[in-house]
Design a protein around this ligand. Structure first.
Ligand SMILES: [Fe+2]
Length: 251
């Protein structure tokens, strides 16, 4: 009885699965087992992928870290790992294959990879990259320019997680977009995966229509509860209502 009253008086939106499914493509995750801080096994990746499939995702672009000195991945290590995962998925009769790219950490090694074109882009030359959480990079505009000149389409991962970029007018974010990069929000920022600051910045970026793509950035089965929490999150609802996301262009 109490639960019925709770449901009646709850102001939380109930997002139906069809509406969440309109995202269609997840373009940020860590599901190649054992090559970064993401999934530890093919079985764990399968569990995550099964839930994502139930929620309507129909293309999964997985993006293991390339972070020199931490996760020394190359297009070969990532492609080989993804191939083995896809074989496992096929053996288990899972209906999708994952597509593999990377989340590049922006540093001197990344600059070198851009110069030598030794990158693993996804869906018509998109490149996902991330920044330090601590320090504002001095050459961000140059990196974005270099990627664009080479025909890549740069996407900055989880802009809401770099507190140093934030000011009330969102000047830095507008600058980044003006210099030619897209912005990718982590959906789990909306449901408190990274604390109150990331959530607040995420809300402001959504309100200002600065978000181009969304991704789960899912690493493990423990994070599956965040996927379910999204179904009753007001800003998830708001973002879907705006209907401006570009994820489906990656199909
Ligand atoms: Fe990530």
């Amino acid at each position: 009885m109490l639960q019925i009253f709770k449901n009646i008086f709850s102001s939380k939106p109930k997002i139906n699965i069809e509406s969440l499914a309109s995202i269609g493509v997840d373009m940020h995750s860590h599901l190649v087992p054992g090559i970064d801080d993401g999934s530890k096994s093919a079985e764990e990746s399968l569990k995550i992928l099964e839930r994502m499939y139930e929620l309507g995702f129909r293309k999964i672009i997985t993006t293991p870290h390339t972070m020199w000195g931490g996760y020394d991945n190359t297009p070969e290590t990532i492609s080989n790992g993804a191939q083995a995962l896809n074989q496992f998925l096929e053996d288990q009769n899972f209906p999708l294959k994952v597509e593999a790219s990377s989340e590049y950490y922006s540093d001197g090694h990344f600059d070198e990879l851009i110069k030598t074109k030794n990158l693993l882009p996804f869906a018509n030359n998109h490149i996902l990259f991330e920044l330090s959480y601590m320090f504002k990079p001095s050459n961000l505009a140059v990196t974005i320019f270099d990627l664009s000149v080479d025909g890549y389409k740069p996407i900055l991962a989880h802009p809401e997680r770099y507190n140093y970029l934030f000011d009330k007018d969102l000047k830095e974010y507008n600058k980044i977009k003006d210099s030619g990069a897209y912005l990718q929000l982590n959906l789990f920022s909306l449901v408190d995966a990274y604390g109150p600051a990331a959530k607040q910045i995420a809300h402001k970026l959504i309100d200002a229509d600065l978000i181009d793509f969304v991704g789960t950035d899912i690493h493990n089965t423990a994070q599956l509860s965040y996927l379910d929490a999204l179904l009753s999150d007001p800003y998830m609802d708001k973002l879907l209502q705006k209907d401006k996301l570009l994820n489906k262009t990656l199909l």
